[in-house]
Design a protein around this ligand. Sequence first.
Ligand SMILES: O=C([C@H](O)CO)[C@H](O)[C@H](O)COP(=O)(O)O
Length: 211
Amino acid sequence: MKLQLALDLVNIPEAIELVKQVEEYVDIVEIGTPVIINEGLHAVKAMKEAFPSLQVLADLKIMDAGGYEIMKASEAGADIITVLGATDDLTIKGAVEEARKQGKSIMVDMINVKNIEQRAQEVDALGVDYICVHTGYDLQAVGKDSFEELQTIKRVVKHAKTAVAGGIKLATLPAAIQAQPDLVIVGGGIATQEDPRSVAREIRNQLNQGA
Ligand SMILES: O=C([C@H](O)CO)[C@H](O)[C@H](O)COP(=O)(O)O
């Protein structure tokens, strides 16, 4: 199981400092949607330049103009780019087509998709690389998580890798590991902790043991 660190509530220098502390324990660094809103795709470029050996994910949550937005994120150095599962198939097809041209990967974020089982099968058939179940901040605040949805996609997805995100921390990590996703995404569970390095190391250990 791979580990993705989500950076959401930081500026570019803070993001780079944080990754320096934890880089040996993470596989993918996510430039989160709030960072892209604040700083633009420059944040993706700066992260890739600072850590060329890490994969960088641009959390654009694309809803339209799939091909064009993938092209722009690719130019900035993103290795993986997110598209919303709630959008139409044409946007996802355009994103996949452009990603193939650019040698990049697409992650479909299933945030707020109502029929996860059906939509996961549909987007899987469109050739995406990752399908991620995700409880956003606003639903985390009322106690929701995505562990049941993770089991659903594990059951029906045949080609794409599976991922889980949303409020995962050390205490809830075993529930994620139990369903054996390919990728676990942790933001605040590392980034806002007093000692991010030791938490990232412990998460890495647990992922290695659970694999
Ligand atoms: O995608 C995210 C969220 O929608 C804000 O853009 C986060 O990166 C994702 O939820 C992981 O962060 P945590 O929930 O803090 O683990």
